[in-house]
Design a protein around this ligand. Structure first.
Ligand SMILES: [Zn+2]
Length: 454
């Protein structure tokens, strides 16, 4: 039976009304609060000073390292000192992969040290290393075409960067493809669009159906050179030595701090990034900057004396890089509260020129967010893009929590997972603007009269 027209209209009005109400709210009361938050964020370089203290004091923060746990201790102590609510470390067991000593050398046609980084999760080589002829391939399909030539060799995937998602396949799956063809080790061209002979590390995987072989990244420059040598018909021999190993899981923590909501404390807007990093550089862009942007946003909201209707919770997830155990543990430890999670916002794409936010959720929520991002016009950060999320919030998004990503635009993949990911690569102005973006978005979503619909 068809519903009477009056019921259909009533339903339509009910679905429209929240955004109308919010439009009125954002138009009338939120601009002044947003401007106060933006002014406070842009006033000084407090966020950058905090980021520099974190990265200079503790350095890189691989899961299972003492540096990560000391950085977490410091964050928790600072958050308590700042008077944030419910500051705590939520325990998470994380994998511990240790790089050990490593070295790659070109042996033939001429001796040359090749800057390299073993890939996270790789096994090591025997102590004397693996010395073998190199077969350079341009793709997985290229390897398949010459599979009979790969046996006993080191396969090098020389695949230039197109997009991170496409090119990272070779880092993640190269060792399996090489081993399937009978190779003794895998090398990949570093995943990055530009290089100053900087190798990039990152996670990789094995498949139980083929033997594990050691895997490492060399620089774009050297991968291209070995490729040219092969194309000229020269024999290329490389010696690879890696002391990499995996040890037993150890305990880490997700860092949590809140500003308790005044009307609906059980309803939560979550925002954050990951505290862990690879064991190179300082993990400043990936992802200390994202964590500090969210943390400073919360501190500023509190410092201005604002208390939104709902709770804002900042989370520094642990073990994003080589396990995602922090994001998975958060999902499980908060399973009973997930229906009360209004939205989750992750900043894990670097801190560069502000763009706006990506969003994954319902059309009715998107209509409201289109109004909210207008509050960020003066930061040039008022874009609302399709497809938001992040690795750490992925597990709760799968349980129905709408997801947002904080989006900036810059040369993230020049530095990503390299020794060059240091705090000087973060512009203090960009970080201040990111703090402002996160503060305005989190505050409005936590305070607007009607909860963001799912
Ligand atoms: Zn990251």
């Amino acid at each position: 039976m068809r519903a009477p027209l009056s019921l259909v209209l009533a339903a339509a009005i009910l679905t429209i009304r929240p955004s109308d109400r919010l439009s009125a709210q954002t138009a009338q009361s939120y601009p002044s609060t947003a401007n106060r938050l933006i002014d406070a964020a842009l006033r000084d370089s407090a966020a950058w000073q905090k980021l520099a203290r974190l990265t200079d004091t503790f350095g890189h923060r691989l899961s299972g390292s003492e540096a990560l746990e000391r950085a977490i201790d410091w964050m928790l102590a600072e958050m308590r000192r700042e008077g944030l609510d419910s500051v705590r470390g939520e325990p998470v067991m994380v994998p511990r992969w240790v790089r050990g000593e490593e070295r790659a050398e070109l042996v033939v046609p001429r001796p040359l040290r090749l800057p390299m980084l073993g890939l996270g999760g790789s096994i090591g080589t025997p102590r004397e290393g693996v010395t073998a002829e190199v077969l350079v391939v341009s793709s997985f399909a290229d390897l398949e075409r010459q599979a009979e030539r790969a046996r006993g060799k080191i396969v090098l995937f020389d695949v230039p960067f197109t997009s991170y998602g496409a090119t990272v396949q070779y880092r993640g799956n190269g060792a399996v493809a090489a081993a399937r063809a009978g190779a003794v080790a895998a090398l990949v061209r570093s995943v990055g669009p530009y290089s100053l002979r900087t190798p990039h590390t990152g996670g990789m995987g094995y498949d139980a159906s083929v033997p594990k072989v050691p895997a490492a990244a060399i620089t774009s420059e050297d991968a291209a050179m070995l490729h040219r040598m092969q194309d000229r018909g020269e024999r290329v021999v490389v010696r690879l030595r890696m002391g990499a190993r995996s040890e037993a899981d150890v305990q880490s923590r997700n860092v949590v701090a809140e500003l308790r909501g005044r009307e609906h404390p059980e309803q939560v807007v979550v925002m954050g990034g990951h505290t862990d990093s690879w064991d190179v550089g300082q993990g400043a862009q990936d992802d200390a900057g994202g964590v500090v942007a969210a943390w400073e946003a919360l501190r500023l909201i509190k410092a201005l004396g604002l208390q939104p209707r709902r709770t804002i919770r900042v989370v520094g997830w642990t073990n994003e890089e080589n396990g995602l155990r922090g994001g998975l543990a958060y999902r499980d430890q908060h399973a009973a509260e997930l229906t009360d999670h209004v939205v989750a916002i992750e900043s894990d794409g670097g801190i560069f020129k502000p763009v706006g936010f990506g969003f994954t959720g319902s059309d009715s929520a998107r209509a409201i967010l289109r109004e909210v991002v207008r509050l960020l016009e003066r930061l040039d950060a008022d874009s609302l893009l399709a497809g938001g999320g992040g690795a750490d919030i992925g597990p709760i998004m799968q349980r129905g929590v709408p997801g947002m990503s904080h989006v900036t635009e810059g040369d993230y993949f020049w530095y990503h997972h390299t020794d060059a990911d240091t705090v000087d690569k973060v512009d203090p102005r960009d970080l201040a603007r990111s703090v402002a973006m996160m503060a305005v978005m989190a505050y409005v979503l936590a305070d607007m009269p009607t909860r963001l619909p799912r």
